[in-house]
Structures are given as C-alpha cells and as structure tokens.
Write a protein that binds this ligand. Structure first.
Ligand SMILES: NC(=O)c1ccc[n+]([C@@H]2O[C@H](COP(=O)([O-])OP(=O)(O)OC[C@H]3O[C@@H](n4cnc5c(N)ncnc54)[C@H](O)[C@@H]3O)[C@@H](O)[C@H]2O)c1
Length: 297
C-alpha cells in the first residue's frame, strides 16, 4: 500500500488532495497548522512547519510527502516577508533536515506556481522557459524548487514538482473557489459587477482542482516523474472570457478599471502552460472545463 502524508491538509489544494488520495487507496495522514481539521479531513494532527521539532511527530516510513503547506499572495509577501520566508523556505528546509536525519526515503511532492515564469505573450510556457520572480512569493517558490534540487543532489532525497497555473472549483463547498475565480464569484453572487484590471486580455491556463489532484496522484505513481518538474495544463482563457462566464451565470456585468501601480508592476503577463512533458508520459486527463463547472454551481 502507498503510505503518504499531506502537510497543509486544511488548505484548498491539500484538502482536495487528502480526499482523492484516500479515494485512490493511499494510507494517508494529514497535518496542518490548526488545532483541528476541516470537516472530512481525517487522520489529522497539527504541525507548525516553521518549528523544526514539529516534524518529530511524523512517521518517516512513508512513500510520499505532499508538501502543500505555505503562504500565498502577491503583494502581501513584501510586507509579511518574515512569515513568507519562515513558512515557504525555512519550513521546507526543516522538513528536509528531518528527512535527512531520519533517513526518510519518501518522495516529496511539491506544488509550484505560474508566478515563477517570465510570461510570454500568447505563447505557451514550457518547464525550462525563462524565469522571472516579481513577488516574494515567487522568489520563495523558485527558491524552494532549487532547495529540492540541492537536497536531491547532496542527499538523494527524491521529489516531483508540479507547477499549477490557475486552479478553480471546489468539491466540498460551492460557495468558495480559490484566487481569481473565487474573487469573480464573490462579486457576481452579490450582484456586483465583476471587475477586471486593464482590458481583460491576459491569458491563463485554468485547471479544475479535481483534475489537478488526479494528475498529481497518477503522476507520482509513475517513476518517470521522479526528480523532475511538470506543468499541469488545462484550458486556456482570457480573464475577460472568464469574467463573462461568471457574470452571465449570475446576471451581472463585467467592468474594467485601471491597473493600480503595484499590481501592474508585479503582473507577469500571459501565463499559458504547455503540458507536453506530462502528456508524453500519458499522465493528463482533464475531465472538467470552466463553463461546465460554473453552469453546475
Ligand atoms: N492555489 C493556487 O493558486 C496555487 C497555485 C500554485 C501553487 N500553489 C501552492 O500550493 C500550496 C497550497 O496552496 P493552497 O491554494 O491550498 O493554499 P491554502 O492557503 O489554502 O493552504 C495552505 C495551507 O498551509 C497551511 N500552513 C500555513 N502555514 C503553516 C505552518 N507554519 N505550518 C503548517 N501549515 C501551515 C495553512 O494553514 C493552509 O491550510 C501552496 O504551497 C501554494 O503556494 C497554490
């Protein structure tokens, strides 16, 4: 049986992953910062990854550690840089040190982000394309990828990195979706206009959270994903198209506003994911699309 740990199991991605791991028959334990788990998250204990001794309660005899705890945000990282560094970088180093000391042979599964790429107008991004870190969060994520490589090289600790562009959907709660789409839905539900900075022409790859989890789970079971980095693809849409889908569903309108200066400076441009590397391994199956999901909520 596959034994696994999810760290960050009360989070948006971690909670879904914990659910789909259980469905896939993994013997999984869950951890997060809070004293108690969210509804449906079982086999749970609290952990603070920023405290090295916290890891002592983990069982090193597992096959996979899904490291999904972290602090996200764009402009936030500039003001909360100590927290971002402590959780996103020191937290990972604490775990790697514990793994090294315990001779833990688990493979780390790490979610990285579109925000480490230098956006390319209208062009799909491949894993080796140019990087550009416009936020502290992006710096943390690219550093974490480099840390994983360094520990693999020095100590043989295996990893797989999945880069996620824009996730959406929620298998537990129709009222909440993450990030961009969550923001649009909140506005539209209150019958307020869905607002876009600029002209809405920026393009992103959107992926339903269930597809993300299923791709990650089938991906890590394949030895060819070991010590490598993969883009998870999906459906590419402009922010204008997404805003229109959401606005139509709730009978509201789309409005445009000027970019605030900082938001414009840290915006990476189009981020469209090329998932050819995962495709070559036969590891992509996208069952959902945004219009279908929105029509059902
Ligand atoms: N959601 C996205 O758009 C997206 C895209 C790409 C990558 N990621 C990455 O995926 C991971 C999970 O993202 P998410 O969307 O589920 O975020 P989330 O904020 O919903 O979940 C993060 C979880 O980490 C936990 N956490 C924070 N500090 C901790 C600490 N000190 N010790 C233990 N747990 C701690 C939080 O309690 C939370 O439950 C993050 O690393 C994020 O950078 C997310």
């Amino acid at each position: 049986m596959n034994k696994s740990i999810v760290i960050g199991a009360n989070g948006y991605l971690g909670r879904h992953l914990a659910f789909f791991l259980k469905e896939a028959g993994f013997d999984n334990r869950n951890y997060d910062l809070q004293k108690l788990p969210l509804l449906g998250v079982d086999c749970y204990s609290p952990i603070d990854i920023a405290e090295k001794q916290s890891f002592e309660k983990l069982d090193p005899a597992v096959n996979y550690i899904f490291f999904f705890a972290g602090l996200s945000g764009t402009s936030d990282g500039f003001s909360k840089y100590e927290d971002f560094n402590r959780v996103n970088e020191l937290g990972l180093l604490n775990m790697l040190t514990w793994m090294k000391e315990k001779q833990c042979r688990a493979r780390i599964v790490f979610p990285s982000t579109r925000l480490i790429y230098k956006g390319k107008k209208g062009q799909p991004l491949k894993e080796d394309d140019a990087k550009e870190t416009r936020t502290i969060y992006a710096v943390n994520k690219l550093t974490a990828e480099n840390i994983l490589w360094a520990y693999q090289n020095a100590f043989g600790i295996d990893y797989t990195i999945f880069r996620i562009c824009v996730p959406y959907g929620n298998c537990f709660d129709d009222l909440f979706s993450y990030g961009t789409i969550g923001f649009f839905l909140d506005k539209a539900r209150k019958q307020e206009p869905v607002t876009l900075f600029g002209d809405g022409s920026l393009r992103r790859t959107f992926t339903h959270v269930e597809d993300i989890c299923r791709i990650i789970i089938s991906g890590v079971k394949n030895d060819k994903t070991k010590n490598d980095v993969f883009n998870i693809g999906g459906e590419t849409l402009s922010l204008m198209e997404v805003a229109q889908i959401v606005a139509q569903k709730f009978n509201t309108e789309v409005k445009f506003s000027a970019w605030p200066e900082l938001a414009a400076r840290i915006e990476s441009g189009d981020t469209i994911f090329d998932d050819g590397k995962l495709r070559k391994l036969g590891l992509v199956h996208y069952n959902e699309n945004l219009s279908g999901w929105i029509s059902r909520i």
